[in-house]
Design a protein around this ligand. Sequence first.
Ligand SMILES: Nc1nc2c(ncn2[C@@H]2O[C@H](COP(=O)(O)OP(=O)(O)O)[C@@H](O)[C@H]2O)c(=O)[nH]1
Ligand SMILES: [Mg+2]
Length: 318
Amino acid sequence: MDKNKIDALLLGNQRALAQAISLVEDRKPEHRELMREIYPRTGNAHIIGVTGSPGAGKSTLVNGLVREWRRAGDTVAIIAVDPTSPFSGGALLGDRIRMKDHEEDLGVFIRSMGTRGSLGGLSEACQDTVRLMEAAGFDRIVIETVGVGQSELDIMKTADSIALVLYPSGGDVIQAFKAGIMEIADLFIINKSDLPGVEQLKGELEDLIHITSKPNSWDPPVLMTVSTEKSGMVDVIQAMENHHHHLVASGEKRERRRDQKAVEIERRLAERLKEQFIPYIEETLNTKEQNKETQSDDPYDIAEKIYNRWIKNLARSE
Ligand SMILES: Nc1nc2c(ncn2[C@@H]2O[C@H](COP(=O)(O)OP(=O)(O)O)[C@@H](O)[C@H]2O)c(=O)[nH]1
Ligand SMILES: [Mg+2]
């Protein structure tokens, strides 16, 4: 990406931002240079994760929240992650329809992401996309994911504040509990509270929160919304704001981002090392006349021997 494009991105130009995200998604060689250029401009937004099962009303809720944020003058960027959709970049039809209130608004940017290749790649692309959005100056960044697998959990860990959206229907809470989402949620939102069964769900939820809560830390609130009527939006925004203040005041925001950075560095190093080891593994497994060194078929042994051989070669090349 040339200098002018990057400058445009840093000024909040949506076309430049969209192009930059495509570079990141495609893992084009230029993307590293781009990330290096914009990195000093990251770290300022409030990143909000919104998760929950399909049909819980996440997109409708986000649409309602966006309206309130825009009223307050804040700009918002949204990443809609749907593992079932292709990575082609087109907005998901449903999300596009529900976000249509904000289509003409330059203070709102919406991007969809599906899976391509490994799921680990998705959370990486998501993290870099968040950074691009921060560099483009957006105040709030919302990541909407379907709360199912490990990769969605990884994506959620990019967020400062995580909201779990539930609705009155059997088994939903227990599922979230099993998936490990309860532990990482900072806010619980009971959407569709116009439907019957709300009080029961609230009760179940509060019991589970009680079990998973840690002493001396943030007490996750339970909020009720009817997103289709844009009811309860102000309270949700206030709760998110409170959580953000808590994160900043307690130093947890800095800590979380530091931990994320450590994980990312670790991942990049692991990738580099993996590339180094592949030829060794191939060679070992392909060796026809299994000499003494590789006679053992035990993967532990083979790994150990490969490691030792690699270290020896390293020392020799120095
Ligand atoms: N009754 C009711 N329906 C809702 C509410 N919020 C969303 N819905 C409906 O639930 C369906 C799924 O909403 P959507 O936002 O796409 O859910 P998502 O898959 O979690 O993003 C849509 O038909 C919405 O109109 C609500 O508060 N009450
Ligand atoms: Mg949705």
